[in-house]
Design a protein around this ligand. Structure first.
Ligand code: ADP
Ligand code: MG
Length: 694
């Protein structure tokens, strides 16, 4: 149960004075939640210093000033469209307050002639006269202390005013609970971090530019809180996994030797190293939960196959699950070839298998005749019963959260799990998103891969691109032509792709194809099949070209509006080519109106094919969600952590979390209780169930 002390932070902002459902909704639009905690995590991005209080005569043009003035005269607009003027003085000079479309009566009440008022806003000279259009703040002498301040400015959404925002934040900060300190005293001292409450208050009251930096002490402290919650949750899940007994599946050297001999290539150093890591896990009676990371084409499937051999040579079964039918087909082709060489029986199960066929396959899986089973999600449906499943390999395209991985693991008893991902993930991100798993990296490409010649070309020169493509196609090349997806409207995107398809069809005739997300799976498959078989030369595609689909003969990729893609996405796309013997070319066509920074981004892609370098850059430029694809999957993103700026803190939090569960295994001590509060505060409390289980 959530500690009561957190209740005020989990209440809706509607519970605040003067805040209603409409504002609650606006905050939700802005932050994803209308809880007070969400408001607190919504930190200012700027501030306005209203402490500058010159005499009118000394006001610099276009400056933010707070003035103490006497109201002299009201001049209503002489005609429509003209402003209402209120002349004021302080003895040193004259300033006009200017209002457009304001009600005279309201202004008369606000600024009675002869009264003294404090006004704050931007002052400017207009035709030689000093004026302040629509003061930001006004009040009486008694209200001076509310006006002469440094005002925080928050990221906003239409309909929400700064005034309302301040009303909410002020109340929320006044009611902040005194939470127990969950951080280690020595760490706080070393980092010079304030306590939680002070940190929140200070973070909302920047007084200088440097206060806005994510590396500011109070912002770091808050980010570290969030990171520790994340790492603690992950450490708990990890411990839970480890405690679940696994089984010992020692590798069989003879089979390995046979397999190596059957391969038309030798394994890369990275493949060997990874295989050794996997073998060690599988040999031990602990449960393997390992992430195999490697760029497209780095040779993950072969490694996975060796791991599957460990299961099979120990008399058990192994399953490989692909995210889509097309990818499953791809794996089936590769794996079956390997398995046949060793005389191992395989089975294939996807959503396409129905009725009697399906029953026969299920029977083979249940009897154990099928040793290696390949398929889609169909593999883990309730009625699929394995005789003895010892290893599940998951080729991950849709990212799973920590929780989903646990569910998957429950399908086989003590079953080892190997997750493959083609997304190069920066280390900081691996720790925060996959920290519950051990990680192997295939950071070396198989020998003989030729570099891809990547070029940047302005869309103004599209004709030349088409002409160049024509030459390549006549010479026997096959090409992808990628049209961008802009999220707002799939239909408009599709129209753009269709137009391009028709235009290219005029040039390349019937051997042009079009593939997009609106097609049925079977239609997509058929088109990919025809492209792979060489019946299509130019394949126009929205971004649906599947990660992992292997058409080694495709050597050209043209990406239109390359500036609209994330770097990691461009890298993934480009990975579709450069897979065969021939030289490959990738042309990034950019909008001529592209800015400097946009061009710089594309240059990163041109200059390197190292997915990890590109991912680091993407993390810097666009944030974690882009790389993990979590914006689609709904995995929670960090609210206070910026993985680029706070990278230094990630390994500290990991070590901290591991030490914590060693020292306070049940989180029962005083600090343990405080840490539980932290988990609840950042809604990582689902991990608490693993405190006692297993
Ligand atoms: P990934 O799954 O990482 O994208 P694959 O396992 O599909 O990569 O391998 C891509 C291609 O490279 C396949 O055709 C595979 O047979 C080949 N390959 C794998 N390992 C090596 C190696 N060490 N040397 C040469 N080719 C390899
Ligand atoms: Mg593969």
């Amino acid at each position: 149960m959530r500690p009561f002390i957190l209740d005020p932070l989990f209440a809706s902002v509607r519970s605040l004075k003067g805040i209603g459902p409409r504002t609650g909704k606006l905050l939700e639009t802005l932050t994803g939640s209308e809880k007070i905690a969400a408001l607190l995590w919504h930190l200012p991005v700027r501030f306005i210093d209203r402490r500058f209080t010159p005499k009118i005569a000394d006001v610099p043009n276009h400056s933010i000033v707070t003035l103490t003035v006497k109201i002299e005269q009201h001049t209503p607009p002489s005609s429509r469209g003209r402003p209402y003027r209120i002349r004021c003085t302080d003895g040193s000079g004259i300033i006009d307050l200017i209002y457009f479309h304001a009600k005279g009566a309201w202004l008369e009440a606000q600024y009675p002639v002869g009264a003294t008022r404090i006004v704050s806003g931007e002052a400017e000279y207009f035709h030689g006269r000093l004026q302040m259009p629509h003061p930001d703040m006004t009040g009486t002498e008694a209200e001076r202390h509310q006006i002469e301040i440094i005002e925080s400015v928050y990221p906003m959404t239409a309909g929400l005013t700064h005034k309302t925002m301040h009303k909410m934040v002020t109340q929320a900060l006044e009611d902040l609970p005194d939470l127990p300190e969950w951080q280690d005293a020595a760490l706080l001292k070393r980092e010079n971090w304030p306590g939680w409450k002070d940190a929140v208050i200070k973070a909302h009251h920047p007084e200088s530019e440097s206060d806005l930096s994510p590396r500011r002490l109070e912002r770091e402290r808050l980010a570290y809180d969030e990171l520790l919650a994340n790492q603690l949750a992950i450490a708990l899940v990890r411990r839970h996994n480890r405690r679940q007994g696994g089984r010992a599946l020692p590798p069989c050297p003879d089979t390995f030797a046979k397999m190596r001999a059957a391969l038309p290539f030798t394994l890369t150093g990275a493949q060997e190293r990874t295989l050794e890591e996997i073998n060690t896990d599988m040999r031990d009676p602990v449960r393997m939960l390992r992430l195999l990371q490697g760029d497209v084409g780095s040779g993950k499937t072969v490694v996975a196959f060796f791991a599957m051999l460990n299961a099979v040579t120990n008399g058990a079964q192994a399953a490989l699950m692909a995210p889509t039918e097309i990818l499953a087909q791809q794996h089936i082709k590769t794996i079956t070839a390997f398995a046949d060489a060793l005389g191992i029986e395989t089975a294939v199960l996807t959503g396409r298998h129905k009725g009697k066929t399906r029953q026969e396959i299920l029977a083979k899986i249940a009897s154990g005749d099928a040793k290696i089973i390949i398929g889609t999600h169909a593999l883990f449906q309730d009625d699929v019963v394995y005789r003895d499943l010892a290893l599940a390999v998951v080729d991950e395209q849709h990212r799973f959260g920590v929780q989903q991985r646990l569910t998957l693991a429950a399908k086989g008893k003590g079953c080892d799990i190997l997750v493959m991902t083609a997304t190069p993930i920066p280390r900081t991100l691996t720790l925060t998103a996959y920290g519950d798993m051990d990680v192997s990296r295939l950071d070396e490409k198989p020998a003989g891969r030729r570099p891809i010649d990547t070029r940047l070309v302005s869309a103004a020169r599209l004709d030349e691109v088409v002409a160049g493509l024509q030459r390549k196609i006549s010479a026997g090349a096959r090409a992808y032509w990628v049209c961008p997806l802009v999220e707002e409207s799939e239909l408009i995107d599709l129209a753009a792709a269709e137009d391009r398809y028709l235009a290219l069809q005029n040039v390349f005739g019937e051997r042009t194809g079009l593939i997009h997300g609106r097609l049925k799976a079977a239609e997509k498959e058929e088109i990919m099949r025809r492209f792979a078989a060489g019946e299509i030369d130019v394949l126009v595609a929205t971004t649906v070209i599947e990660v992992g689909v292997d058409v080694p003969e495709a050597t050209v990729m043209i990406i239109e509006h390359a500036e609209r893609f994330g770097l990691s996405q461009l890298h993934q796309l480009r990975g579709r080519i450069g897979r065969g013997e021939e030289d490959s070319t990738c042309i990034l066509v950019y909008d001529p109106k592209i800015g400097e920074s946009g061009k710089k981004r594309l240059t990163v892609i041109r200059n390197t094919e190292d997915g990890f370098v590109i991912a680091e850059e993407d993390l810097k430029l666009r944030g974690a969600g882009e790389i993990l694809g979590t914006r689609q999957s709904g995995m929670p993103e960090f609210r206070l952590v910026n993985l680029h700026e706070h990278a230094r803190l990630v390994p500290i939090a990991r070590d901290d979390a591991r030490l914590i569960i060693e020292k306070y295994p049940d989180l029962k001590t005083e600090r343990g209780q405080a840490l539980k509060t932290l988990l609840y505060l950042f809604e990582r409390d689902s991990a608490i169930q693993y405190l006692h289980s297993g």
